[in-house]
Write a new protein. Structure first.
Ligand SMILES: Nc1ncnc2c1ncn2[C@@H]1O[C@H](COP(=O)(O)OP(=O)(O)OP(=O)(O)O)[C@@H](O)[C@H]1O
Length: 276
């Protein structure tokens, strides 16, 4: 099970979106004090009458973190083992709740903004989770889409699939850039990306691997966080974007885990900026 969080915030001269693949973190990441370009913790709400009331009141509050959960289908190994997710997870899409069964007599229920079952298409996931953030970025706000979950739960699948053989499999990054490029004129605007990985406490440039210790700079006055050492590459068209993603992916640190033969092992961060 992977969760995705979407955040929208006001921006200044440029419009930025941040798409991250947050790997193997046991606890939600800490909340950044800077609202712009920030990675924020997901707001899992345990279902209780008061919490449900608060969630309804929250709807439409600008800048609120929205959290969706996606259940992936069983993989080949799980099929062979005849694993049954229903033993521990029950999705209740009509009320957007997920029940985690601890044992036969004890369970916890959580409420999400969106629940995506194993039958949810990549298109549906994009439209529910990321499209609103992309639209908000095109309106001049900063936005972040973050995937979070245990190894093998489908973060890379959800965000990073290029969908070259099967266009229906295109993930959030490819679909987001398609929508950005459909909206802007590259004759008058410029769209650029940085693509990075966070591994073993250092940030490496996936578009220029020799640049392997990028520092994080925080403006003491505004609290804005930036990575001045990261390559910023201008996008000419969708094809050039996909080529950069492929280049970056080739530089990503990967190794197998017990649960995923092609585990990414690092946090990937794609940043796009649109300059007016
Ligand atoms: N919704 C889905 N539909 C079909 N297959 C999926 C889905 N989600 C994930 N998978 C498959 O499950 C496997 C693990 O997915 P993925 O590599 O995206 O996990 P991950 O969370 O990025 O793992 P890691 O953190 O180890 O990098 C892959 O083979 C992927 O193709």
């Amino acid at each position: 099970m992977a969760t995705t969080a979407s955040i929208y915030r006001n921006g200044n001269y440029s419009k930025n979106s941040l798409i991250t693949n947050n790997n193997k973190v046991e606890r939600p990441p800490s909340v950044n004090s800077n609202p712009k370009n920030s990675l924020k913790s997901k707001s899992l709400r345990k279902s209780a009458p008061a919490a449900l009331g608060a969630a309804k009141d929250d709807t439409g509050v600008p800048g609120r973190v929205r959290v969706a959960v996606r259940l992936r289908p069983r993989n080949a190994e799980e099929m062979v083992a005849d694993a049954d997710f229903a033993d521990c997870v029950e999705l209740q899409p009509e009320v957007k709740r997920l029940k985690l069964r601890k044992n036969n007599w004890d369970s916890d229920t959580y409420e999400f903004d969106e629940l995506l079952t194993e039958f949810a298409s990549q298109k549906r996931v994009y439209e529910v989770v990321a499209k609103p953030v992309v639209e908000s970025v095109l309106d001049g706000y900063n936005g972040t889409v973050m995937a979070y979950g245990q190894t093998g739960t489908g973060k890379t699948y959800t965000l990073g699939r290029l969908g070259e053989e099967d266009t229906a499999a295109r993930g959030i990054m490819v679909r987001a850039m398609e929508d950005i490029l459909a909206d802007v004129s590259l004759e008058t605007n410029s769209v650029s990306i940085s693509y990075l990985q966070l591994y073993m406490e250092t940030i490496q440039d996936l578009l220029n691997p020799t640049n392997d210790n990028i520092s994080i700079v925080e403006d003491p006055k505004s609290g804005d966080v930036s990575l001045p050492g990261a390559s910023l590459v201008e996008i000419r068209n969708q094809q050039s974007f996909v080529e950069l993603l492929r280049l970056g992916e080739a530089h990503r640190f990967a190794a197998n885990t017990k649960l995923n033969a092609e585990s990414s092992r690092s946090h990937a961060i794609l940043m796009t900026s649109q300059m007016l």
